[in-house]
Design a binder for this molecule. Structure first.
Ligand code: KG4
Length: 316
C-alpha cells in the first residue's frame, strides 16, 4: 500500500510518499521565504497552491512511481494557518477523488512524533516538538497522545524569528541567533514557566529592550537561548519524571540548534533516558510524516470520507 501525503500547515509545502512498511520513498519540500516581516496566512496559501503540483511531480519522480500507484491520500488537517490548511485539504480531496482512493486528514504534531519514532527507532518517547509555530511536550499516555505542556503565547521559533527581525538580523532568526550566541555571556532575562506551560512573549520583549538599551547583540542572543531553552528543558524533564518513560526525543525546526540538543541530552542522561533526534530532513515540516501518519491511521482503521471536512470517521 502506497500513501501520498501533503503537508502545508504553515509556510512550507511538502509532499511525501511512504509505503505501509514505513519505507520513505520520497520527500520533497519548498519553504516560503518572506521578503520582510513574518508569514502571512494568505501568502502561505498561495505558496501551497503554486507548489503542490510541482512537488507532487518531483516526489513521484524521486520514488520512481506513478500517480496511479497511489493507494491513499493523506493531508495535514491541522493545527495551522486557516487559508493554508484549506488549500492543502482542497488539493488532497481533488487528488483522492480523481484517483478514487481513501483520504485521511492527520494531526501535524503527531506526524512529527511518528516520523521521529520511525526514523530513530525510539519506542515510547517524551517528545519536545519545537518549531516556528509550535512548542509542545507530547507523550503517549493512557491510550492517547497528550500534550503535557505547551506555550501559552508564541512558539520558541517564532520568538527567535521575531527577535531577529526586530534587531535587524533578518529571517529565519534561529540560525542567526545561534551563531551570535556562541560569543556571548549571560545577562538576566525573564524566565516564565507556569505549571507545565511556557510563555515566550515577555522574554522576547525583554531581549529586544536589552538590545535597544545598548547590550551587546552576542550577549542578548546567548541569554535569550539559555533562558528559553532552560524553560523548554525544565518542562520536558517534569514530563519525563511524571510519565516515567525512558526516552526523550527532540523534533521540529528548532531541533537544528546544537545548544538545545546539548542541554536536552544532558537532562536525558541525568535521568538515564535515551536521547533521540530524527535526521534534520524529517525534523522540520515534511510531506513524508503526513504520508506515514496516513499509513498508521489506515492500519488502525481510521480514514475519512471525501465529504469529511475534518472529523475522522471509523472506516467500515
Ligand atoms: O519546523 P520548521 O521547519 O517549520 C515551521 O515551524 O514552519 O521550523 C522553523 C523554525 C524557525 O522558527 C527557525 O528560526 C527555526 O526553526 N530554526 C532554528 C534553527 N534553525 C531553524 N532555531 C534555532 N536554531 C537553529 N539553528
Amino acid at each position: 500500500m502506497i500513501c501520498i501525503g501533503i503537508e502545508g500547515t504553515a509556510e512550507k509545502t511538502g509532499v511525501g510518499i511512504v509505503d505501509s512498511e514505513g519505507n520513505l520513498l520520497a520527500s520533497q519540500g519548498n519553504p516560503l521565504i518572506p521578503e520582510n516581516g513574518g508569514i502571512h496566512p494568505r501568502e502561505a496559501a498561495e505558496h501551497h497552491a503554486a507548489n503542490i503540483i510541482p512537488l507532487m511531480k518531483a516526489a513521484l519522480e524521486e520514488s520512481g512511481l506513478e500517480l496511479k500507484d497511489m493507494d491513499m491520500v493523506a493531508f495535514s488537517r491541522g493545527p495551522g494557518l486557516g487559508p493554508a490548511l484549506r488549500t492543502v485539504a482542497t488539493a488532497a480531496r481533488s487528488l483522492a477523488l480523481s484517483l478514487d482512493v481513501p483520504i485521511v486528514g492527520v494531526n501535524h504534531c503527531i506526524g512529527h512524533v511518528e516520523i521521529g519514532r520511525l526514523t530513530t527507532r525510539a519506542k515510547d518517547p517524551v517528545t519536545l516538538y519545537v518549531s516556528g509555530g509550535n512548542s509542545q511536550v507530547i507523550a503517549f499516555d493512557a491510550n492517547r497522545y497528550r500534550v503535557f505542556g505547551e506555550t501559552l503565547d508564541i512558539a520558541i521559533g517564532n520568538c527567535l524569528d521575531q527577535f531577529s527581525r526586530s534587531v535587524g538580523l533578518g529571517h529565519p532568526g534561529g540560525p542567526k541567533v545561534e551563531k551570535l550566541a556562541k560569543g556571548g555571556s549571560y545577562i538576566k532575562l525573564p524566565y516564565t514557566v507556569k505549571g507545565m506551560d511556557l510563555s515566550f512573549s515577555g522574554l522576547l520583549t525583554a531581549a529586544i529592550r536589552k538590545y535597544e538599551a545598548g547590550a551587546a547583540i552576542e550577549d542578548v542572543c546567548y541569554s535569550l537561548q539559555e533562558t528559553a531553552f532552560s524553560m523548554l528543558v525544565e518542562v520536558t524533564e517534569r514530563a519525563l519524571a511524571h510519565s516515567k518513560k525512558r526516552e526523550v526525543m527532540l523534533c521540529g525546526g528548532v531541533a537544528a540548534n546544537t545548544r538545545l540538543r546539548e542541554m536536552l541530552k544532558v537532562m536525558a542522561d541525568e535521568h538515564y533516558a535515551e536521547f533521540h533526534m530524527p535526521p534534520m530532513k524529517y525534523c522540520g515540516d515534511n510531506g513524508a510524516m503526513i504520508a506515514w501518519m496516513g499509513q498508521l491511521m489506515h492500519k488502525h482503521g481510521l480514514v475519512g470520507g471525501l465529504e469529511d471536512t475534518g472529523v475522522i470517521q471509523r472506516y467500515r
